[in-house]
Design a protein around this ligand. Structure first.
Ligand code: DGI
Ligand code: FE
Ligand code: FE
Ligand code: FE
Length: 183
């Protein structure tokens, strides 16, 4: 369809393949957890739509859309593309579904009290089949089809451990999400 056509032109081939992987993985998870399959697929395709732009361009877009850059720059530029995603999805891909826009907005850090669709996108992004093998990934892939909360918690723990090992700053949203899913 049109969304896939345009994304395949804007994203690098590897990033486009990853988006397809997230879309199909999210659609399968939607089947397991009785969620809207078509919404899960569209959210998966669109979640990294802002990655077609350089960090500099993403920064300019954030200013244009009035997105606060304080917590993202200079320490965590990886967080810009998900803050930007709902705006790009609406303006460039005519996506108006609020559940889809919310799911792509929180796909990098998660957020406390996610809906099943939001968890599915957060999880599918981490574990779709094209992702390169990292410690703990097989367990995440198994939990993804068994227990959304436990899977979310496991991903957050692994991500925070990884960011610490790399000396990277952990965003407050990531920490809040981690604490929420500890309960
Ligand atoms: O866009 P993708 O690569 O598909 O995946 P993503 O949107 O989940 O981004 C993953 C990257 O974001 C990975 O390098 C870890 C990083 N990340 C996730 N949470 C945080 C973070 N980086 C910082 N600095 N702080 C965070 O809280
Ligand atoms: Fe992403
Ligand atoms: Fe992710
Ligand atoms: Fe992604």
């Amino acid at each position: 369809n049109e969304i896939e056509e345009k994304l395949s032109q804007v994203l690098k081939p590897g990033r486009y393949r990853h988006s397809q992987g997230v879309a199909y993985t999210a659609a399968n998870m939607a089947m397991v957890f009785d969620q809207d399959i078509e919404k899960a697929f569209r959210a998966g395709m669109l979640h990294d739509c802002a990655k077609g732009y350089s960090l500099k361009e993403q920064e300019d877009f954030c200013r244009k859309y009035g997105i606060c850059l304080d917590e993202m720059l200079p320490d965590s530029p990886q967080l810009m593309h998900s803050a930007l995603a709902p705006f790009i999805a609406r303006d460039c891909y005519q996506e108006e579904d609020p559940e889809i826009l919310a799911a792509i907005e929180c796909h990098t850090t998660g957020k406390p009290g996610m809906t099943p669709l939001e968890q599915i996108i957060f999880i599918a992004d981490y574990m779709e089949p094209n992702r390169k093998m990292i410690p703990g990934l097989p367990e995440v892939r198994r939990l993804a089809f068994q227990d959304l909360d436990l899977c979310t918690r496991t991903i957050l723990k692994n991500t925070i451990d990884y960011l610490k090992s790399q000396g990277q700053k952990i965003g407050h949203k990531t920490i809040e999400t981690y604490e929420f899913y500890q309960a």
